[in-house]
Design a protein around this ligand. Structure first.
Ligand SMILES: Cc1cc2nc3c(=O)[nH]c(=O)nc-3n(C[C@H](O)[C@H](O)[C@H](O)COP(=O)(O)O)c2cc1C
Length: 162
């Protein structure tokens, strides 16, 4: 049985791809966060709607079906929305307690990470954050799924959890 859980939210699939890579590398369990009501499938509409991605603004999320108390180590991966972590990840961190766990954090972005690490730190006051990853994908709208961060950067980040 594993003591490690990868928790992620991904809107267009980039964070999901990395979450699955990390899960396989660490032999971890995995948990996908989901909004209760799906966001629009129109990318630009969602970008416009979330221009005010304040730390206080979040959304309702689906209930988590994992017993978080079973895990000592947590990997958090989300997309970046308007310089902050996604509202789905924010809501999860407000609703669920990850106190005293060892955690590594990542925010996938297109070159503008903004205050994502600060958001995580604010919402995880009693956790042991052991490593951060600035997970960069292309900002070119024709290849938004092209990862610019190297695999070895991801591998080195994962090692910080041990
Ligand atoms: C609503 C919205 C806001 C975004 N804001 C930012 C941003 O502030 N900085 C940035 O670098 N990328 C931003 N992006 C791009 C995504 O963070 C980037 O493409 C990321 O890799 C997507 O991850 P995902 O496929 O897991 O959703 C935004 C995308 C969306 C949909």
């Amino acid at each position: 049985m594993t003591d490690t859980l990868v928790i992620y939210y991904s809107f267009t699939g980039n964070s999901k791809k990395v979450a699955n890579y990390v899960k396989d590398k660490l032999n971890a369990d995995i948990l996908e966060l989901e909004p209760q009501i799906p966001f629009s499938s129109d990318y630009d509409e969602v970008v416009a709607e979330w221009q005010n991605n304040d730390i206080k603004r979040d959304v309702e999320i689906k209930k988590v079906d994992k017993d978080l108390s079973k895990y000592k180590k947590i990997v958090l991966i989300t997309c970046t929305w308007w310089y902050g972590i996604s509202p789905v990840m924010k809501k999860f961190l407000k609703e669920y307690d990850l106190s005293n766990k060892d955690i590594i954090i990542a925010s996938s972005n297109a070159g503008w990470l903004g205050h994502c690490f600060k958001d995580y730190e604010t919402l995880l006051p009693n956790s042991n954050i052991k490593g951060e990853l600035d997970l960069v994908f292309s900002s070119n709208e024709h290849e938004r799924d092209k990862m610019l961060t190297s695999k070895s950067d991801i591998d080195n980040w994962i090692k910080k959890l041990n």
